[in-house]
Design a protein around this ligand. Structure first.
Ligand code: FES
Length: 116
């Protein structure tokens, strides 16, 4: 982890319903935190196609994807890559830890603020 990385405790794991996403603003960065079972993912909340909150979209648990609520592009939660049109650009992906039942999002550890 680089010196630039900042860890943000955002919520208790138990407060985020499995199969849902929630938007957080962390140092001015909109982040969508997604829980699937006991796995947690963090990606940029803003769709790469337009200024739409991905947290308002549907979480596809089995596929580990989130669907943009506006035009339906789906994004891989592990890579941020768009898997369906019309989006063609990836969204940033951030590191996540669960420490003592608290979700911690790590911002600013790599290129474009992403950690992976
Ligand atoms: S705004 Fe997300 S696919 Fe168009």
């Amino acid at each position: 982890m680089s010196e630039r990385a900042v860890r943000h405790t955002v919520a208790a794991l138990d407060d985020l319903e499995p199969g849902t996403a929630r938007r957080f603003v962390l140092d001015g960065t909109d982040v969508s935190v997604v829980r699937i079972d006991d796995d947690v993912y963090a990606i940029s909340d803003t769709c790469s196609h337009a200024q739409v909150s991905l947290s308002d979209g549907e979480v596809w648990c089995e596929e580990r994807e989130i669907e943009c609520p506006k035009h339906g592009s789906t994004f891989d939660l592990t890579s941020g890559e768009p898997l369906t049109l019309p989006a063609t650009q990836p969204v940033a992906v951030y590191g996540v830890d669960v420490v003592d039942g608290q979700i911690v999002v790590i911002i600013g550890d790599g290129e474009n603020g992403a950690t992976r």
